[in-house]
Design a protein around this ligand. Structure first.
Ligand SMILES: *[C@@H]1O[C@H](CO)[C@@H](O)[C@H](O)[C@H]1NC(C)=O
Ligand SMILES: *[C@@H]1O[C@H](CO)[C@@H](O)[C@H](O)[C@H]1NC(C)=O
Ligand SMILES: *[C@@H]1O[C@H](CO)[C@@H](O)[C@H](O)[C@H]1NC(C)=O
Ligand SMILES: *[C@@H]1O[C@H](CO)[C@@H](O)[C@H](O)[C@H]1NC(C)=O
Ligand SMILES: *[C@@H]1O[C@H](CO)[C@@H](O)[C@H](O)[C@H]1NC(C)=O
Ligand SMILES: *[C@@H]1O[C@H](CO)[C@@H](O)[C@H](O)[C@H]1NC(C)=O
Ligand SMILES: *[C@@H]1O[C@H](CO)[C@@H](O)[C@H](O)[C@H]1NC(C)=O
Length: 440
């Protein structure tokens, strides 16, 4: 049987058998050999012989590790688990702690100098806390093993700290998961690599971000979803390259006129959403038969210079688009549409009526401004065929035809009259009409 000496803080030393719980510890501590296990409270007597200390269920928000070192000056293994500790104050005095386990607490941060307070520390276990970030310039000392999984890593923050980590030290590095949006439960190291790679491949002057990461159902591989923002960058052309896996491209407020690359350049085949609001696009004829029209999800051409579009080609492509009907969104408002009898009836029937749920700004699809025209700036969906096909040009042609008919009718009356007169004159005088005498 082993004998342990305990130093009471208030009273004198008391000798006790280690297998029997000591009076002061009765409620919450068990001691065996050189190891003490406590629940909810710290013991309050100093013991130089203890090398292993475990504390569970402590309810303090701030806990001072200095107290552990004070009570057990030679302690080497310290384990504090399942408590409410948010802030941990490191010991100020030199100590012998080699193994420090701080699990299932509520720790939210670890300071970069934490290790400086433990000259002998080799193992630090911080699993199952609420850590959100790790200091980039963490002081590692002689740490040989660090565990960090099951924390609340915030992957919207700078993740460059992960690249400073030695995989042989941070043994569970591959188990670190992002917490919360935008990458819930995704492996932190992969997210950090995607973000780093994106910084290297983003087009200069544009902004790229990893909007989310999805898991391929078939292969289980992670697939990054990239958004690139080149809005208001003074661009005159569509970019000729995109970072891999770019799915959304913002190009609002540039001076882009031609959509040809959307048809020719294969980098656009992986694009889903394209925002070209307020550019100089006057025609989408280049997109006839293109992969893009048959596969896009969102396409915004608001505020461009479109006067007409190939309605049959658009209809054809939308019929083949696998994202129809739910995922397709098309924006065509704010363009100077030409409201004539040739374009409008087809546009109304094959595009506006047929795809009314997909065209999100359908009431902004209006006739261009034409002074004195009753259809000027009218929503095209509301126009009746008769109002479009009774436009001034047709009107004057009709009037012209009426005039011509009148002239022809009066000519016929004149000729018949002349014929009757000549016949009557010939019968009476026997003389042929003047015109007949001149004929050969
Ligand atoms: C305590 O020490 C005894 C003898 O040295 C040993 O048999 C026993 O397993 C030890 N108990 C613990 C929990 O280490
Ligand atoms: C201290 O902890 C380490 C690692 O958990 C373990 O290998 C070692 O046996 C422990 N030492 C004592 C004295 O409990
Ligand atoms: C966490 O941060 C707070 C305030 O910034 C600080 O007081 C506390 O010591 C830190 N905790 C750790 C474990 O570094
Ligand atoms: C830690 O997280 C992993 C996956 O994120 C989970 O499977 C495991 O149960 C968690 N461990 C604990 C002790 O919560
Ligand atoms: C994560 O970090 C970002 C950027 O620092 C911050 O805006 C956001 O609030 C953090 N999220 C959480 C859950 O703390
Ligand atoms: C894109 O960048 C522009 C200009 O920096 C900014 O105004 C706009 O909000 C950004 N759009 C998105 C979707 O991030
Ligand atoms: C982008 O994808 C192409 C083709 O799949 C590949 O060859 C290239 O290495 C990728 N680039 C990056 C930076 O991953």
């Amino acid at each position: 049987m082993k004998i342990t000496i305990f130093h009471w803080i208030i009273f004198l030393d008391i000798l006790q058998s280690s297998t029997i719980a000591r009076p002061s510890l009765l409620q919450h501590c068990i001691s065996e050999n050189q190891s003490v296990k406590c629940q909810q409270k710290m013991p309050d007597m100093i013991d130089h012989s203890v090398d292993t200390f475990q504390l569970t269920g402590i309810k303090l928000k701030t806990f001072d590790l200095g107290r552990v070192v004070y009570i057990f000056p030679n302690v080497q293994n310290v384990s504090i688990t399942d408590g409410n500790i948010v802030n941990l104050i490191p010991p100020k005095k030199p100590n012998s702690i080699k193994v420090l386990e701080l699990r299932r607490l509520l720790l939210t941060n670890i300071s970069r100098d934490f290790i400086r307070h433990f000259h002998n520390i080799e193992v630090l276990d911080l699993r199952e806390n609420h850590l959100e970030q790790f200091p980039v310039d963490f002081f590692w000392g002689n740490v040989k093993e660090l565990r960090l999984s099951n924390n609340s890593w915030n992957c919207s923050d700078d993740l460059s700290w992960i690249f400073n980590m030695n995989k042989r030290v941070v043994v569970d590095i591959n188990d670190l998961k992002c917490f919360g949006l935008p990458y819930p439960g995704k492996p932190l190291i992969s997210i950090a690599q995607y973000i780093k790679e994106l910084e290297d491949t983003c087009i200069p002057n544009c902004e790229c971000f990893l909007s989310k990461v999805v898991q391929d159902i078939m292969t289980d591989d992670l697939v990054p979803i990239i958004t690139m923002n080149c809005s208001y960058r003074g661009l005159r052309e569509l970019p000729s390259s995109l970072p891999n896996n770019t799915r959304t491209l913002h190009l609002e407020g540039n001076s882009i006129a031609s959509l040809e690359p959307l048809n020719n350049n294969p980098v656009y085949e992986s694009l889903w959403d394209l925002y070209l609001d307020t550019n100089d696009v006057s025609s989408i004829d280049d997109l006839e038969g293109s992969f893009w029209l048959k596969h896009f999800r969102e396409f915004s051409l608001k505020g461009n210079k479109l006067t007409k579009i190939p309605a049959y080609a658009l209809d054809n492509a939308l019929l083949k688009n696998p994202n129809m009907p739910k995922a397709v969104r098309l924006y065509l408002g704010g363009n100077p549409w030409r409201c004539d009898c040739i374009f409008i009836p087809v546009f109304q029937e094959l595009v506006l009526q047929k795809y009314a749920t997909q065209i999100k700004d359908i009431r902004d699809v209006k006739c261009s401004y034409v002074q004195g025209d009753e259809n000027s700036l009218m929503p095209i969906i509301d126009l009746s065929r008769s109002s479009v096909c009774r436009l001034p040009p047709e009107y004057s042609l009709q009037e012209g035809l009426d005039l011509l008919n009148g002239i022809l009718a009066s000519l016929i009356v004149f000729i018949l009259g002349k014929l009757a007169y000549d016949y009557y004159h010939f019968k009476k005088t026997g003389r042929l009409p003047w015109i007949v005498t001149k004929m050969p």
